[in-house]
Design a protein around this ligand. Structure first.
Ligand SMILES: [Zn+2]
Length: 104
């Protein structure tokens, strides 16, 4: 499995209706070895970990993924922050990034 989840990838095509939208279900893995993703809507492909910089999430994505999984499992912000070794406000920011997408 690729360490880059489609959940944190978005379409970089400005003309696409899914541009910069997370978790809209339009992103597919195009080539898992090269971490390439593809938008089902406009067929644009791009290399993964792009979202990391755009969203200002400097921490490795795997850490964020794990934290968000814990939140969804019902963990508190504080407990999740402790485990991820970040501040609660950082976890809150990750959570808000997740919630900005409508489909999740
Ligand atoms: Zn697109």
């Amino acid at each position: 499995m690729s360490k880059y989840s489609t959940a944190y990838q978005f379409c970089p095509n400005r003309n696409c209706q899914h541009h910069r939208q997370l978790r809209e279900g339009n992103v597919n893995v195009h080539d898992s070895k090269k971490n390439r993703f593809i938008c089902k809507e406009c067929r644009k492909t791009w290399v993964g970990h792009r979202g990391e910089r755009r969203y200002g999430l400097r921490t490795e994505l795997t850490k964020i993924e794990r934290a968000l999984d814990l939140l969804q499992a019902g963990w508190s912000i504080r407990k999740t922050a402790e485990l991820a070794q970040v501040s609660p406000s950082t976890v809150l920011r990750w959570k808000q990034t997740l919630q900005r997408s409508s489909s999740y």
